[in-house]
Design a protein around this ligand. Sequence first.
Ligand SMILES: [Zn+2]
Ligand SMILES: [Zn+2]
Length: 209
Amino acid sequence: MQIHQNTGGLAATNAYLIADEAARVAVLIDAPGDTILPLLKIAQYHHWDIPLLLLTHGHWDHISDHKIFSQAYPQARILIHRLDEAKLKSPGSMMFQLPYTIEPRSADGYIEDGAEFQVGAIKLRAIFTPGHAPGHVAFYGAENKLLLAGDLLFAGSIGRTDLPDSDPAAMARSLAAIVKLPSDTAVRPGHGPPTTIGEELRSNPYIAR
Ligand SMILES: [Zn+2]
Ligand SMILES: [Zn+2]
């Protein structure tokens, strides 16, 4: 398994391209602004197909480059939790006017809690983690000890819960569940550097112990 990360857009949001290089296939996690073209170049260089873009949630900074992806991979499916599709259909910030527009689109399918996605030998399970956004999901790869956390959990912090579509009580429940994953699980967040569940249990002030 290879993980390629690229960070971009006004909120410095992380995109991840996770590849099974032997099977020449990869899955994309989130599509922040100005992140997708370089990742697609890596995929094209290695002749990896990308059948799936999995969105952790519908906030503008995680979906901005969706069209760049779908133009390059028109057969690929773009999936999101049902409760966050409204933001994909009507993209934008709830807090300020974006200096660019994001093309609206519908999901090609919905991500249910517990859904399993297999791309080559890579297996990811969706974990419904509402709070930061009502339809937020994280993706867990048990065999690879990997959590793609979106805006649930960051190194030393958590996703904000003061947005119009946030729910702090749901966030607390989602965090309490996610920190029960094995402590050596590598966490790749939607913003900032990688961490582990164990490191956050030790040092994150927003995690109740
Ligand atoms: Zn967000
Ligand atoms: Zn974000």
